[in-house]
Design a protein. Structure first.
Length: 462
């Protein structure tokens, strides 16, 4: 019974975790996938809607395959809403099948009135504590933009048009947050909302209060066009669920704001040194330089093999956007992921195998390795420090990885191989050196004496 109960608890916890992650990653707009809310399900029968319209803001996250969830960037958007400037003679025409007469209805569009309120002072933000679902081709992550019309006193039945504008909150930029702006920079930061209004079914007297008006429909779209019909809604106004990926004219795909990350796989091998391979954990210094990103970023984490002993600084299990030291034995690997594109990564090894000199090959992304022919030994660094312009004799030449935004889920590999160098025992050379010198002197004297004898014989015969 206890085992069954424990398994049930584990199942409930797992389901709860998945649901919580889903809630964080995917918001719930009140409009449908066609950007509509309140379409008639029965001819000529409107249904009163709630007065809070929820649209979506999407951030598409990219990471290498298998990296899993990543930390979000530090970015904030501010939304404002105002009456739209309506084109002259603008109209909306519905579908004839929405009426028992089988005749479509056309009504004029009015500029919005009053001051709708956007929740949280219009701010929608992601911070480094938020998690994003991500994959190599990009995963959508959405948050709500909640717009409250409950205080608006409308001036009559009809369709009212509002304009919603997106800007980055003061102090934020795309570059400093590591986020790539939507590919539709012209229209990507503006949406239009039509609000369908009629007198309240109960309590209406003179229309002087907000409660005397019912909202029975919303539509959200890209383009402020003069004519919206059921036939052109996907190609002219282009209805949408908010500031999300989609199209602006029915054919041209538009990406949402995007967050590109990459990963680095660091692996270690030792050759010709069974003792070092089995016992020595080599410290790797990793320096993250956010060349274009000035806001705080966090790196999601790492995966490691059994022969990786983890991070020393910061503490085990943690690495941030500044620096870190990890220890690897031969055959070990560490994969660091969720690194924002626009960040440079520098990696070098310190040889701590006492009394041993190695040839060190550093290979980045399977290209031609950089070889240090004689890396001597030193002590492990106490903290992560960027390698100086002239490296220490006990350090390998640093590997540098740079990326730019727009590259989908790049996995980088850094392989460092230490090969033990062996030398001839110098004692043997010293022991044979005196005899070698005597032998050489004897040979020289023999040839000198012979030459003198030949010279004498030539003089005597002259």
């Amino acid at each position: 019974m206890n085992k069954v109960l424990k398994r049930l608890c584990v199942l409930v916890l797992a389901v709860s975790t998945v649901l919580a992650m889903s809630t964080t990653a995917f918001a719930s707009p009140t409009v449908n996938n066609q950007g509509e809310q309140g379409a008639f399900t029965t001819p000529d029968t409107p249904t009163t809607q709630g007065k809070v319209l929820q649209l979506s803001k999407e951030l598409t996250a990219y990471s290498p395959a298998g990296a899993g969830d990543i930390y979000a960037p530090d970015i904030s958007y501010t939304y404002t809403i105002a009456p739209a400037t309506v084109p002259a003679n603008a109209t909306v025409t519905d579908n004839a099948n929405k009426h028992t007469s089988n005749t479509a209805v056309t009504v004029p569009v009015k500029a919005g009135v009053g001051t709708p309120v956007i929740a949280n002072s219009g701010v929608v933000a992601w911070t480094n504590t938020d998690m994003l679902v991500a994959n190599v081709h990009g995963d959508p992550n959405k948050k709500d933009i909640a717009i409250d019309f409950s205080s608006v006193v409308f001036t009559g039945a009809g369709v009212y048009r509002y304009e919603i504008t997106e800007t980055l909150t003061s102090g934020y930029t795309y570059a400093s947050s590591g986020v790539t702006e939507t590919t539709d920079a012209t229209n990507g930061h503006t949406r239009f909302v039509d609000v369908y209004v009629r007198p309240a079914t109960t309590g209406y007297t003179d229309g002087s209060t907000a409660a005397q008006w019912d909202i029975y429909g919303f539509t959200c779209f890209y383009n402020n066009v003069a004519e919206i019909t059921d036939a052109n809604k996907t190609t002219s106004p282009v209805k949408t669920t908010g500031f999300v990926a989609g199209t602006t004219n029915g054919t041209d795909a538009v990406k949402a704001d995007s967050y590109y990350t990459f990963s680095v796989m660091v692996s270690k091998n030792v050759v010709n040194d069974g003792y070092g391979a089995a016992t020595v954990a080599f410290p790797f210094t990793i320096i993250f330089t956010n060349d274009t990103i000035t806001r705080t970023v966090d790196i999601q984490g790492y995966e490691k093999s059994a022969t990786a002993t983890g991070y020393l600084n910061p503490p085990a299990g943690v690495i941030n956007d500044t620096k870190g030291i990890l220890y690897l034995k031969s055959g070990g690997m560490v994969r660091i992921y969720g690194i924002p594109c626009g960040t440079s990564v520098e990696i070098y090894e310190t040889n701590v195998a006492t009394g041993v000199t190695y040839k060190v090959d550093t290979t980045v992304n399977h290209e031609t390795p950089t070889t240090d022919n004689a890396v001597s030994w030193g002590t492990a660094p106490s903290s992560a420090v960027a390698q100086a312009a002239t490296k220490e004799a006990y350090q390998s030449t640093k590997a540098t990885i740079t990326t730019t935004a727009g590259a989908e889920g790049i996995e980088n590999d850094v392989e460092i191989t230490n090969t033990l160098l062996t030398i001839s025992p110098t004692g043997v050379v010293l022991r044979i050196a005196p005899y070698a010198l005597i032998l050489a002197a004897g040979i020289i004297l023999f040839f000198v004496a012979r030459r003198r004898k030949e010279d004498k014989e030539e003089l005597a015969n002259a």
